[in-house]
Write a protein that binds this ligand. Structure first.
Ligand code: SPD
Length: 442
């Protein structure tokens, strides 16, 4: 008996030792899960050196990318993958908060400055509207990039007036010339806004109410309008929109402002002029932010990484590399972004503060206050069944699901083949038996 106890104790000590060793090894690793093409590679590569300077500790970054919020969420929610820091959009941050899937950011940075207060109060306020009870979003999420959803268009083939009215996306003259972002919430919002444009104009309903309405009636309306749009759709793109627009294969692309900035620059290099506008009827203003999922195993390094991303010089390098706009709103960023060759002046006081009420800054990157006023933030659909109905509708619209007719056809073809095979086998067997009898009679 004593011997058994001794063996058990040794086994427990061995397991504990192994766990400690593996946690120690894990402390030297930071697993980051971010959108594709969403960071300056040098900024990422320099993080270990900065981390070592700040903490004296070594860190190795394991970096993975995704293209769709829901893909990322499934890996964490169902797969319990141990990413330390991930970058969902606002409505997914809201869902992760609601489902208690996040850990608070540890802002105990020792002698390292806390750069998180560099974020625009406008964005902090918008994020905090999604707080759950006494849990403030900004304790769990740090905004990274933000922008609008709108129409990127080829100025030779589409006029600004046409691009400005989302009604034109449904015009048959754009058959097979429209690319749509493969993002169900953006497309849902667009369809529902367009369907209710008259009520919107009369002030009977707001963009925010429409985009976040997942009643059965709203889902049916969105389905009807998205299906009606299909003859015009050349593709649902996650990242190939920029290329198709640059090559002139598509004329309009309902996309995110940062992708538009990138495409406009690329296209200009080959002599194609693209521009981007936010529909007059309204659209969404979105925010992606860093969060630490509850299965994370290196909260310290994750928090330092998030802090590093809020350094103004790092924010600028990321912006320059990817075309998107950082949530950091310090004077040096504004100074860097002012371009006196631009004709238009924008009111960016909502983002940079009162002195920025008339500044020459790229309006695709930083939307004017008036544009922001016709946009709203996407909120999470909280009811699981209703969310499922929206996703099923999205699948039907995109044609991801096989429809009943095709399933029946497949069954009919394989069923027919099977019956034919059985009949020919039976006939072959009958012939064999008959031959056998004939031989015996002889
Ligand atoms: N290639 C990176 C794209 C990331 C953009 N996120 C936008 C989310 C809008 N809901």
């Amino acid at each position: 008996m004593k011997k058994l106890k001794y063996i058990l104790l040794l086994a427990v000590l061995f397991v504990l030792g192994a766990c400690q060793r593996s946690q120690e090894e894990r402390n030297g690793i930071l697993k980051v899960y971010n959108w594709a093409d969403y960071i300056d590679e040098d900024v990422l590569a320099e993080f270990p050196e900065w981390y070592k300077e700040q903490t004296g500790e070594d860190i190795e970054v394991i970096y993975q990318v995704f293209d769709i919020n829901e893909v990322m969420l499934t890996k964490i929610e169902r797969g319990h993958e141990d990413f330390d820091v991930v970058c969902p959009s606002e409505y997914i941050i809201e869902r992760m908060m609601r489902k208690d899937m996040l850990l608070p950011i540890n802002r105990d940075f020792g002698n390292t400055p806390d750069y998180i207060p560099n974020l625009a109060p406008y964005i902090q306020d918008e994020l905090n509207k999604m707080s759950q009870g006494d849990k403030k979003v900004t304790d769990y999420a740090v905004a990274y990039m933000w922008g609008t959803a709108g129409t990127l268009y080829n100025t030779e083939l589409v006029t600004e007036e046409e691009a400005l009215e989302c009604a034109n996306m449904w015009d048959p003259k754009f058959a097979n010339k429209l690319l749509m972002k493969d993002s169900y919430r953006d497309c849902y919002g667009l369809a529902i806004i367009y369907a209710n444009r008259e009520r919107l104009e009369k002030g009977e309903v707001t963009v925010e109410q429409l985009m976040n309405d997942n009643s059965h009636e709203a889902i049916a309306t969105a389905e009807e309008y998205l299906k009606a749009l299909k003859p015009n759709i050349a593709g649902w793109e996650a990242d190939f929109g920029k290329e198709m627009m640059t090559k002139g294969k598509a004329w309009m692309n309902f996309t995110w402002s940062g992708d538009a900035v990138w495409a406009i620059e690329e296209a200009a290099e080959v002599g194609v002029e693209l521009d981007y506008v936010v529909p007059l009827e309204g659209s969404n203003v979105w925010f992606d932010g860093w969060v630490i999922p509850k299965y994370a195993r290196n909260v310290k390094a994750a928090s330092y990484f998030i802090n590093y991303m809020c350094r103004p010089d790092i924010a600028l390098r990321n912006m320059d590399a990817i075309g998107y706009v950082s949530a950091v709103a310090t004077p040096e960023i504004l100074e860097e972004k002012i371009d006196t060759t631009l004709e238009n002046y924008s009111d960016l006081s909502y983002f940079f503060g009162p002195e920025a009420d008339s500044v020459q800054v790229d309006p695709v990157q930083y939307p004017d206050k008036k544009v922001i006023e016709r946009c709203a933030v996407i909120r999470d659909f909280t009811n699981k069944e209703d969310l499922q109905k929206v996703l099923e509708m999205w699948s039907r619209v995109k044609g991801d699901n096989l429809n009943a007719g095709i399933v029946l056809l497949i069954f009919a073809v394989f069923g027919g083949l099977f019956v034919w095979l059985v009949i020919s086998k039976v006939k072959k067997y009958q012939r064999k038996i008959r031959r056998k009898y004939r031989r015996r009679r002889r």
